[in-house]
Design a protein around this ligand. Structure first.
Ligand code: 13P
Length: 342
């Protein structure tokens, strides 16, 4: 039996590979229902199963993906030929992981800030997840930006909860993905996003230290530093990369092996171009810079699939293309020209 540290070292080695990133396919039932409804797909246990089988069964996708984050429901589902879906991923060389948080609720006295639930009973939930094949986990905290948010209370409390989650996972040999998401909603400037992101990451790493989390055996999944979605000015990839790397350097210790960004409502092309700029312009950073996208990898294939078997091949081709381009961006080798190829 491997020690918990050896288990985590093996999972990190498998997750952090040149030219590969992580697929987030862990939308909770309400979230996947919202995404499905937006493109006219009915959300049922069977449509969610066949959609996720379609993604994980894409031939050759393991060339670009080292890991996949699953929702609890998916962990127990099987492909049409009876193979458990985590096993379908593992056969492609993709490490299965599990979202373990139970979503957001209002933070009392937080003036609109949120807090993530799911710590109660977490140690007991991890053992069966592990038996079903999960080798890493994910927990997402969110930070809305307004004139008053996030509050100091919101920043401190969310950091504490993220660190407790990470420590609980590591005690059982599960690699935690620590996801503090500064939300893109609003008309704030890129400066304001940078200021909030720095304060959030600072609090998160202090809390991880207080809780004794081993930084070598976790991954960070942050948002990029961008202007609010409703801000009139957009930022180009070089600026996003510059601003993001600057605050990461100030806050993230070199012991963290990899930073895998979320896409957070950027278009698929933007998310790819921004990741590429980070890998092109900042060769000296101590961590790997990769992706852990949900929407930026799934939007094109979901819109093509639409719940119909006859669309599977075209949807898989669209998924393969986005994964391939993000894998190129992860090495700074993406060009806009590549968007034109089929
Ligand atoms: P997006 O890439 O769509 O932001 O999702 C990433 C994720 O896992 C959110 O928890």
């Amino acid at each position: 039996m491997m020690s918990v540290v050896d288990q985590m070292q093996a999972a990190v080695s498998d997750l952090v590979q040149p030219g590969k990133g992580i697929l987030a396919a862990d939308e909770s039932t309400p979230t996947i229902t919202k995404r499905f409804n937006a493109v006219g797909i009915e959300s049922q246990e069977e449509s969610r199963r066949s959609y996720r089988e379609m993604l994980l069964g894409t031939e050759g996708i393991g060339e670009f993906l080292s890991g996949v984050i699953l929702f609890e429901e998916t962990l127990g589902q099987r492909s049409a030929d009876g193979t458990p879906l985590p096993e379908v991923a593992a056969r492609q060389g993709i490490v299965p992981g599990i979202k373990v948080d139970k979503g957001l609720t209002a933070l009392a006295n937080g003036q609109g800030d949120k807090i993530t639930q799911g710590l109660d009973g977490l140690p007991e939930r991890l053992a069966p997840y592990k038996e079903q094949g999960a080798r890493f986990a994910k927990w997402r905290d969110v930070y809305p930006i307004t004139a008053n948010n996030p509050t100091r209370l919101g920043i401190a409390t969310n950091a504490e909860v993220l660190a407790r989650y990470a420590a609980i996972c590591q005690a059982q040999g599960i690699v935690p993905i620590v996801e503090p998401e500064v939300l893109i909603d609003g008309d704030h400037t890129i400066d304001r996003c940078a200021e909030v992101s720095e304060a959030v990451l600072n609090a998160v790493f202090h809390a991880l230290h207080r809780h004794g989390v081993l930084l070598e055996y976790m991954l960070l999944k942050p948002s990029m530093v961008v202007p609010g979605k409703d801000h009139p000015q957009k930022a180009n990839p070089a600026e996003v990369a510059e601003r993001t790397i600057r605050i990461l350097r100030r806050t993230v210790p070199a012991a963290v092996p990899s930073i895998n960004f979320l896409s957070g409502g950027q278009s698929p092309e933007q998310a790819t171009a921004n990741l590429n700029a980070m890998n092109q312009g900042h060769a000296g950073v101590p961590w790997e810079l990769s992706f852990s996208y949900a929407r930026a990898l799934q939007e094109p294939p979901m819109a093509i699939w639409r719940g119909e078997a006859k669309n599977v091949a075209a949807a898989q081709a669209a998924f393969y293309k986005r994964a391939k381009l993000n894998a190129a961006a992860r090495s700074g080798k993406y060009t806009e020209e590549m968007e034109k190829s089929s």
